[in-house]
Design a protein around this ligand. Structure first.
Ligand SMILES: *[C@@H]1O[C@H](CO)[C@@H](O)[C@H](O)[C@H]1NC(C)=O
Length: 148
């Protein structure tokens, strides 16, 4: 998902080779929701989250290793290197160093705060604002353009 975010940010001028400007986080989160919501119906389902993750599974073995994830991000957005590791740690909900269906489901549940099996844009944005704040030391936030 974060790779798609980087592409969106590059497209709208948020990111540069020097760093990322992810603030305001609500706007970044809304942009990320938009690219993740594949069928553009305004809600995210587990199957949409699942297929977003699967695009990183290059050897198609049903799970994503840390190397698969971070090297994919590095190849396209080297300024996201530290952030990609921080995100991997969050996505790897069971901390077994692989992302698989179990993790996608757990991550989905973290975002689905009212537990009705769909993630609305409101739920998604609320979750991602906290996530972007938590990982601010890894992506440099807005003002301070860190060399990631
Ligand atoms: C983001 O938050 C600001 C400040 O609360 C608000 O004015 C703006 O409309 C929000 N933007 C989006 C896309 O939600």
């Amino acid at each position: 998902m974060i790779l798609k975010l980087a592409i969106v940010l590059l497209a709208v001028g948020y990111a540069s080779s020097q760093g990322l400007d992810l603030k305001p986080y609500n706007v970044t989160a809304a942009a990320l929701f938009y690219v993740s919501d594949a069928n553009k119906d305004g809600i995210l389902t587990l199957s949409e989250v699942d297929s977003n993750f699967r695009s990183y599974d290059r050897d198609d073995d049903g799970r994503i290793s840390r190397y698969e994830y971070t090297s994919h991000v590095d190849a396209n957005s080297p300024q996201l290197h530290a952030f990609s590791h921080g995100l991997y740690d969050i996505y790897d909900v069971d901390s077994d160093d692989f992302l698989d269906a179990h993790d996608y489901e757990s991550f989905f549940k973290l975002m689905d705060s009212d537990e009705n099996d769909v993630v609305t844009q409101h739920e998604y944005v609320r979750y991602w604002i906290v996530l972007l704040e938590t990982l601010e030391h890894l992506h440099g936030g807005g003002r301070k353009r860190a060399n990631l």
